[in-house]
Ligand binder design. Structure first.
Ligand SMILES: [Zn+2]
Length: 481
């Protein structure tokens, strides 16, 4: 951290120019976020000095990077010139400003095909060409110039000997760069393209001219317009990493939340959106039908009383970061959508949250207020349970009593978490119906008697029939005559 004292205070609306000379030794492997292999493959990130964020909540944000918990970055415009060996291929955050100076006529012609035949993947550098390039010596250097606006970071990759596929969706260039032996990546371009379309529909249009995915040693890392992922044999795993890093183009690349303090606002919101993307991409398969259930399995395995920590805990103090920052927020938003707000209402509000906070720095309270404002609902009780506590849910049917023209369901809330109740009613004539009881039923205490106006005989009652809740004691969820 460097502190620079200005000769005079800087008034609002004025600017100041800094010239900074620096050097950066590229580590072989930089904390899962950058690295290089030999002298012909580089994935760069976190490589230049930048301003800390000054916001209206904390002032200067100077918390150091400690590994767990990522970055809180300011948006800006970039104009970057990179001088590399002449035989290298470079991709970066932004649009290439000088293609004719650095790309061959053949590459430019093949790339143009991606625009004239949208939705089809063009091979700009084929497997054979990549293998030949890997050992070819090209004397001299070339300077690649990239420009980008309204981005919170700048990353770049440079290598020789990579395959290069390209396609477009809605005028946006989708580029994939990979080693000749990384055969799972032959599908990567269409995976990224399909997912770009999915996320643009779900969360708002992707705002930049291109997205580049680079295959290499970095296990999965996101930068504006650039994502790093390894090659993975299992198709579902390969899709998940590419898709997850692409989802970060919305959280936090557009909605610039504070990853250093609140990873659940980017990793968690992204992971929630990821399950929708995976269900859409693999639609019609057993994987799509069951993938979200792993969140409930993770709840059983990880949300252990005494060891689980609240989601709001700072990431460098969290023992189970994957649960707290990724999976639990995904489960939380799934339940908010399915059981509290309804799909249409939630999806509209969540998308509007992205639109309202694009290019800004929402704090947790900004998210709560925005969701409340967009849905007209008081959701404080929901955030309090899920984000600030480790409250657990245990809804129960204590008993059922039949009256002349009514049935009385004696329900109880035996845990500390509150949620609405969904009951499935089965009658003696074998008909069924489902009733939804609002969360306000628990306002006056943990017991509630639901009077059901019916002359029919009930044969069974079941709470949470779709099994979407992390109910810690399911054996008390049903009643049978
Ligand atoms: Zn992530």
């Amino acid at each position: 951290m460097m502190r620079v004292e200005l000769p005079r205070p800087l008034a609002p609306g004025l600017g100041i120019r800094f010239d900074v000379a620096w050097h950066f030794p590229i580590p072989p492997y930089g904390g899962g976020r950058m690295g290089h292999v030999g002298s012909r493959f580089y994935e760069l990130g976190q490589w230049y000095p930048r301003m800390a964020v000054y916001d209206d909540v904390h002032g200067w944000n100077t918390l150091p990077f400690l590994g767990a918990g990522e970055f809180y970055l300011e948006f800006g415009d970039f104009d970057v010139s990179l001088t590399v060996p002449a035989g290298f291929l470079v991709t970066a955050t932004g649009a290439l400003a000088n293609p004719s100076a650095v790309r061959s006529a053949q590459e430019r012609a093949r790339l143009a095909r991606a625009f004239t035949a949208p939705g089809q993947t063009a091979q700009v550098i084929t497997r054979q060409e990549a293998i030949a390039n890997a050992t070819r010596r090209v004397p001299g250097t070339k300077t690649w110039r990239f420009t980008a606006s309204a981005v919170r970071d700048f990353a770049w990759a440079a290598a020789s000997g990579l395959r290069w596929d390209a396609s477009t969706w809605d005028g946006i260039l989708v580029q994939t760069f990979y080693h000749p032996d990384a055969t799972p990546w032959e599908e990567a371009n269409s995976m990224v393209r399909a997912t770009l379309r999915h996320f643009s529909g779900a969360l708002g249009q992707y705002p930049w001219p291109q997205i580049s995915a680079v295959e290499g040693l970095v296990e999965g890392m996101e930068y504006p317009m650039v994502i790093y992922s390894p090659s993975l044999q299992k198709r579902e795993d390969q899709y998940w990493v590419l898709m997850h890093e692409l989802g970060h183009q919305w959280f936090p690349m557009q909605v610039g939340s504070d990853e250093r303090r609140y990873p659940w606002m980017d990793e968690g919101f992204n992971t929630f959106a990821d399950y929708d993307a995976a269900e859409a991409f693999f639609k019609g398969t057993a994987y799509a039908d069951t993938v979200r259930r792993e969140l409930l399995a993770a709840y059983d395995a990880t949300a252990v009383p005494g060891s689980e920590q609240p989601m709001i805990t700072k990431p460098d103090e969290v023992r189970q970061l994957y649960w707290t920052a990724y999976q639990k927020p995904a489960l939380m938003l799934s339940i908010l959508r399915e059981a509290v707000l309804g799909r249409e209402e939630f999806d509209r509000a969540f998308r509007d949250y992205v639109r309202r906070w694009k290019g800004k720095h929402p704090q947790p309270a900004d998210f709560y207020r925005t969701m409340s404002n967009l849905t007209g609902r008081d959701l404080d009780w929901f955030w309090r349970n899920w984000i600030y506590t480790t409250a657990r849910l245990d809804q129960a049917v204590d008993s059922v009593r039949a009256g002349a023209d009514s049935a009385f369901l004696y329900l109880s809330n035996r845990g500390q978490m509150v949620l609405p109740v969904t009951v499935e009613l089965r009658y003696a004539d074998n008909t069924t119906e489902t009733r939804s009881l609002p969360v306000e039923m628990w306002d006056l205490g943990s017991r509630f008697t639901y009077r059901l106006a019916t002359a029919k005989r009930l044969s069974s009652v079941m709470i949470d029939p779709r099994r979407i809740y992390p109910d810690v004691a399911r054996d008390n969820n049903s009643w049978k005559r």
